[in-house]
Design a protein around this ligand. Structure first.
Ligand code: GRF
Length: 208
């Protein structure tokens, strides 16, 4: 059975969705870069081993990245899943996990990389927003796209209402994409993700 390590920084609701999905994978551990991440409580309740690698305790990004990699590699995971991990990772770190690290981002990439995606989507007046699961590459929020869910913007939406509707879909699509990975159904060719051998199957799922 393949194993997964999940990295969090805060609430951890995506981590929770992945753990609760009952995937055919071992959730080997959770690592947080913050000791006060609320998601650590759920990990403890769920019996998932958790570790904190506090960025403030390291003199440089390289030193932090090395400690983080050590905490992850202690589990020898097949996959590392970033779930609200709010820290930009160095190029060497990212390359070490090339092809085996994924992230969820709350926009339809390549639109709105970075922070405050829901606010920016409303400011731009887009009619379709959503979320993306992608492989992680050194360029932030920019790797091969595994799956996306489109979420229509509704009249009267605020940043909070839109964020809540997108988050519901994140909890659906992230476990699905991880399932595809651990079942060995993903391949990347020239930056395009194929699911079960098909590039069309990298589903743009509709909101449920
Ligand atoms: C999610 O919206 C995720 O897409 C973004 O940060 C948020 C984390 O939420 N990267 P949670 O910690 O999973 O609840």
């Amino acid at each position: 059975m393949k194993s997964v390590v999940i990295l969090i920084s805060g609430r951890g609701s995506n981590m929770e969705a992945i753990v609760r999905a009952g995937l055919p994978a071992k959730i080997a551990g959770v690592v947080s870069n913050r000791a006060d991440a609320a998601g650590l409580n759920f990990a403890a309740q769920a019996g998932v081993p958790a570790a904190v690698v506090d960025e403030r305790e390291f003199p440089s990004r390289e030193a932090f990245d090395a400690a983080l990699a050590e905490a992850i590699d202690g589990h020898s995971p097949d996959l590392v899943a970033l779930a609200g991990f709010m820290r930009v990772l160095g190029g060497d770190f990212v390359r070490h996990y090339s092809g085996r690290m994924v992230n969820i981002h709350p926009s339809l990439l390549p639109a709105f990389p970075g922070l405050h995606t829901h606010r920016r989507a409303l400011q731009e007046g887009v009619k379709l927003h959503g979320c993306t699961v992608h492989f992680v590459t050194p360029q932030v929020d920019h790797g091969p796209i595994i799956a996306q869910v489109a979420v229509p913007v509704r009249t009267g939406d605020t940043e909070a209402t839109l964020a809540a509707r997108v988050l519901r879909q994140e909890h659906r699509v992230y476990p699905l994409a991880i399932r595809w990975f651990v079942e060995g159904r993903l391949a990347v060719e020239n930056g395009i993700v194929h699911v079960d051998g098909s590039d069309a199957r990298q589903a743009l799922l509709a909101e449920e």
